[in-house]
Design a protein around this ligand. Structure first.
Ligand code: OAD
Length: 232
């Protein structure tokens, strides 16, 4: 691995599964129990704000009951010890990368613990519920929504992600089904840029064939193993 200096890591719901957070598309996942159109689109929010605020209040509240797992811990260690550039791009809206101690983290789909004001567009740290329509800390309007990217909306910081991919020597995808774009397209973007690609996932994903190497297993086992290898 001597030729690898800059790394971009993409994480998805699979990295938090062993912490007890439901994934979206596995059996019993969130999208089996809730309709995407109802709880993860701007139109759903207009139609039934109460339902949507409750859904995210419940998920935000559940964060207090979970802990980072060995995969989050291993990436946090890599972040502390890796001398080159490193960017952990997560599709996850939980805070487990940060709670494990990782610093170089970018939440492309937003965060449960953040509120977005639909009046003044300020993003504020947010720990409590939103269903009671609290005032925006910046403009006082009762216009907060979850700061989570919904279908039909643009993910955060795409320019920064593509800039990091252009400088990368290695792209690693962990615990994601490769079903949602633009994140699902990063492996092909990386390939076109000549970046080496590695997948760590419970099973082969929709995009497995695009990776130079694909390893199957639990994130809590595969990620610490890979971090050991790369830090050697
Ligand atoms: P998915 O639920 O689509 O995929 C989770 C992946 O993790 C699957 O391929 C599983 O096989 C794998 N997996 C499950 N448990 C695992 C474990 N213990 N170790 C390793 N892998 C495991 O979740 P995402 O790919 O993250 O977007 O979904 C992407 C986006 O779709 C989410 O960010 C969300 C959702 O709709 C928005 O809400 C905008």
């Amino acid at each position: 691995m001597a030729d690898i200096r800059n790394i971009v890591i993409l994480t998805g719901a699979g990295i938090s599964a062993e912490s007890g957070i439901d994934t979206f598309r596995d059996a019993g996942g969130l999208w089996e129990r809730h309709r995407v159109e109802d709880v993860a689109t701007p139109e759903g929010f207009v139609r039934d704000p109460e339902l949507v605020l409750n859904f995210y209040d419940m998920r935000r509240g559940a964060l207090a009951k979970v802990e980072p797992n060995a995969a989050h811990e291993a990436l946090a260690r890599l972040d502390r010890q890796w001398p080159g550039e490193l960017l952990i791009v997560t599709q996850n809206v939980d805070d487990l990368h940060e709670r494990a101690g990782a610093k170089r983290v970018l939440h492309m789909h937003g965060e449960l613990k953040s509120a977005l004001c639909t009046s003044c567009e300020t993003r504020s740290r947010w720990d409590g519920p939103m269903r009671d329509r609290p005032a925006c800390p910046a403009c006082d309007a009762p216009s907060l929504r979850p700061d989570v990217v919904w279908f039909g909306e643009m993910p955060y910081e795409m320019d920064r992600i593509y800039a990091a991919l252009r400088e990368a020597d290695l792209f690693v995808s962990i615990g994601t089904s490769g079903a949602v774009y633009p994140a699902a397209g990063f492996v092909r973007d990386a390939r076109e840029l000549g970046v080496r690609t590695l997948e760590l996932n419970l099973e082969r994903s929709e995009g497995s064939h695009w990776f130079d190497e694909s390893r199957q297993g639990l994130a809590g086992e595969l990620v610490p193993q890979w971090v050991e290898e790369i830090l050697l």
